[in-house]
Design a protein around this ligand. Sequence first.
Ligand code: NCD
Length: 315
Amino acid sequence: MNRHLLSAGDLSRDDALLVLDTAADMDAALAGRSIKKLPTLRGRTVVNLFFEDSTRTRTSFEVAAKRLSADVINFSAKGSSVSKGESLKDTALTLEAMGSDAVVVRHSASGAPHRLANWIRGSVINAGDGTHEHPTQALLDAYTMRRRTGRVEGLQVAIVGDVLHSRVARSNVLLLYTLGAEVTIVAPPTLLPVGVTAWPCAVSYDLDAVLPKSDVVMMLRVQHERMHGGFFPTTREYSRRYGLDAERMATLPDDAIVMHPGPMNRGVEIAAEVADSVRSTIVEQVANGVSVRMAVLYLLLGGLIDVSGADEVAA
Ligand code: NCD
């Protein structure tokens, strides 16, 4: 494994499988314990450096680090010297001077984690950069697919909706390709990024044609906050063409699953009865996110930890 996790595309097949297997080990190691904590990263410090809003990802990294006994510093741009104009570099160097071993960063600028990785000595984990990438989301999605269906290789995966603004879509396409799944992106032409034809996936504008042959359907949030202009006529029209409701869900194969990274716009890209159905993995994705992020922290900081800590996890 690299020292940093910046892009899902940087992971080899072996790296990705190692993360998924380690996440399963983390689950197993914690399952038998009344106190959900391993001593593995005791004495290490993980900084959550969040310049954009987040519910799931920030708390998930925090829980993951704490379950490995690391100290966690939660830094949000609001209320910090960033609002006084302090740069990303100075902020990061300040946090590093306080002894951080890993920085988990979310930023509205695509590429910010890559810059950070050149400035600091510790590991950098990309927790979402602009519309670019969100590699731990892709890893937890692959982990969820594997747990639910027993495999990732050979799965037919449809990723549906606002691909243009989605870092989740890009990271998933890259990782799923590495793991041997076949991905079809489904979106209106206005919500596809320039250059999507070079991505290792198929592209369709027709959701109804794709659903009957999909093992996994991943619905994406319509990211209103990143939209400056009209990408579709009305929300109602969008839902009619690209939303997943119960009637559409019924056209899926029997054991197909429905995913969503959250936060959801219920009634827009996904109907409430679909989100709450037995096919939905949305709550599992959140739980699996903790295990996968534990695995990532463990593997990235693993070179630094003492063997007694590592043994605890292997045991
Ligand atoms: C996603 C994100 O922030 O990229 N959410 C997440 O991390 N679970 C997707 C989104 O915001 O729609």
